[in-house]
Design a protein around this ligand. Sequence first.
Ligand code: HH2
Length: 286
Amino acid sequence: MGATLDEILDSHRTGQVIVMGVLNVTPDSFSDGGRFLYAETAIARAQTMLDEGADIIDIGAESTRPGSQRVGADEQIARLRDILPTVTATGAPVSIDTTSSRVAAFALDAGATIINDVSAGRDDPDLLPLAASRSAALVLMHMLGQPKTMQADPQYDDVVAQVRGFLAERLAAAASAGVDVEKCIVDPGIGFGKRLEHNVALLAGTAELCRLGRPILIGASRKRFIGELTGQDDPDQRVAGTIAACLSAWRQGATIFRVHDVGAVAQALTVAQAIQKRTTGENSSA
Ligand code: HH2
């Protein structure tokens, strides 16, 4: 049985590990684009991820990979219409990966309970008020610029401090729109307007981000920085690098992991947790 929404929102206090499985119903996502466009395959994929240990299914109908084109709300809704109700009917928490309030409202009506907004409420002025009025959980992610141009020449003086400051500011913006901060999750936005050194610094600085007092979501899965570190060009072949990134962030306090390879990541985190529990238990009885 996966985690409940309350457990997800409390995971930074309890240390419960939450695996979020990625379901992209897009023709152009960087690693799984085009594979799950059809309702039957998408629904089967969601079920497989749940069987492998996913606690949340994150459904997106617009790619945000570097250079991607925007997709209008109508087109996103058309891509989601046959898929969302069946996935929410499984009873697992479903998040909608969108920056559009119309798409988010459609998904909430279909049973989603989490809005995953990579713009952290900056794209659509109606999104934070929607999250507030519907008491939805909300992921606020850092991105420098827009997906189309974000990798052009990202610059930071101190990436960890700047991302932390941005997330604190977006938590305050959400609160002033009426969102309950206890419903918010924050995410440094690995790969969104960041060079290799920025992604590595953010993963190394996860403990600093935990000081925001909200659960930290890490979306490192199969991303380009893993290819840059390892020379692996094929995103499907970046599972080991994904696991390393998740484990490292987990050791520093991150609890929610947005991944394509649910079974492999869940297994790695289960083993790491068992070892940590034993180590902590032995230390405290010594
Ligand atoms: N990454 C992607 C999309 N949504 N949401 C959060 N909160 N954090 C992330 O790191 C994140 C995200 C990009 O990955 P993917 O969905 O696999 O690709 P695409 O955007 O091309 O569909």
